[in-house]
Design a protein around this ligand. Structure first.
Ligand SMILES: NC(=O)CCC(=O)C(=O)O
Length: 270
């Protein structure tokens, strides 16, 4: 296989007004489409990532935000990993959900966050996603134009079994809409993305929002693309920006051939 995928991460600043977030996402997707075929948005890109604001911004799928994303994918001819939104289903259950659209605007994949971000680090950060969200219950491999990938949403990346399951099911890349915070982001963001890439010898592409001083939840930023050897291909700062990365899928075969850790596993022992 010798295929280079041109990816773009839209590290957009998320503000209070949904219309402004959609407008910003649209501008960034359009700009990114000039150079990239795969475009990624961050977690909860259409509304503030605050537990007291998520339910009021929840939408059905299909709904206004996913219709907007479908149109963006179609008009800009990109494979669009639509960050995530608060999804409300017919029973009133709310999920943190990523939708993936192909270049015709067709919904080709959906991932509901599997691990809810409930943490309490005294005098640093308390966050309880489970006050609002219910957890998803499945992991899918999405295949499109010879690219196989899994979507993990933010906190999902901390669970090595999940990433391993995706790799063993054929994922060549983990795409991670995210919104790490200042405390855990500074400690673990880069390490986790690089570790999952090394563990599983695949690409990891993680999209954060840009930092917004007005937000109650301060994001870490530093959107990142990592190759199967664990090298950082490109990384953002805390500012709004589009981060580009060329993903040479032939590297995956090379790394797995030369250092065959996936083949050398002894799953019967652990
Ligand atoms: N939105 C999230 O899931 C945040 C995850 C996070 O910050 C972490 O440290 O994990």
């Amino acid at each position: 296989m010798n295929k280079v995928v041109k990816a773009a991460i839209c590290q957009m600043q998320v503000v209070a007004e949904k219309a402004a977030n959609l407008a910003k996402a649209g501008q960034m997707i359009h700009a990114a489409s000039k150079q990239a075929q795969l475009v990624i948005l961050p977690e909860i890109f259409n509304a503030p990532y605050q537990t007291d604001r998520l339910a009021q911004n929840a939408e059905p799928i299909p709904g206004p935000t996913t219709e907007f994303l479908a149109a963006q994918a179609r008009e800009n001819q990109v494979l669009l990993i639509g960050g995530s939104i608060a999804e409300i289903n017919a029973d009133g259950i709310i999920y943190n959900t990523c939708c993936v659209f192909d270049e015709t605007g067709k919904l080709i994949g959906r991932h509901r966050k599997l691990h809810l971000f409930d943490i309490n680090i005294p005098s640093k950060i308390v966050f309880k996603e489970s006050d609002v969200f219910s957890a998803g219950d499945r992991l899918d491999i999405i295949s499109h134009n010879g690219i196989n990938f899994a979507v993990l949403i933010c906190y999902d990346i901390r669970f090595p079994e999940l990433a391993r399951k995706a790799a063993l099911a054929g994922a060549q890349m983990l795409v991670v809409p995210a919104a790490f915070n200042m405390t855990t982001g500074s400690a673990h963001w880069e390490l986790l993305m690089r570790t999952r890439a090394i563990d599983n010898q695949l690409f990891v592409i993680a999209a954060s929002p840009a930092r917004n001083p007005q937000s109650s939840y301060q994001v870490w930023g530093h959107s990142i693309a990592v190759d199967p050897w664990g090298r950082i291909i490109s990384q953002g700062t805390t500012e709004e920006d589009i981060i580009y990365a060329d993903l040479d899928l032939s590297l995956l075969d090379k790394v797995r051939r030369e250092l065959p850790v996936l083949k050398n596993r002894r799953p019967e022992l652990y």
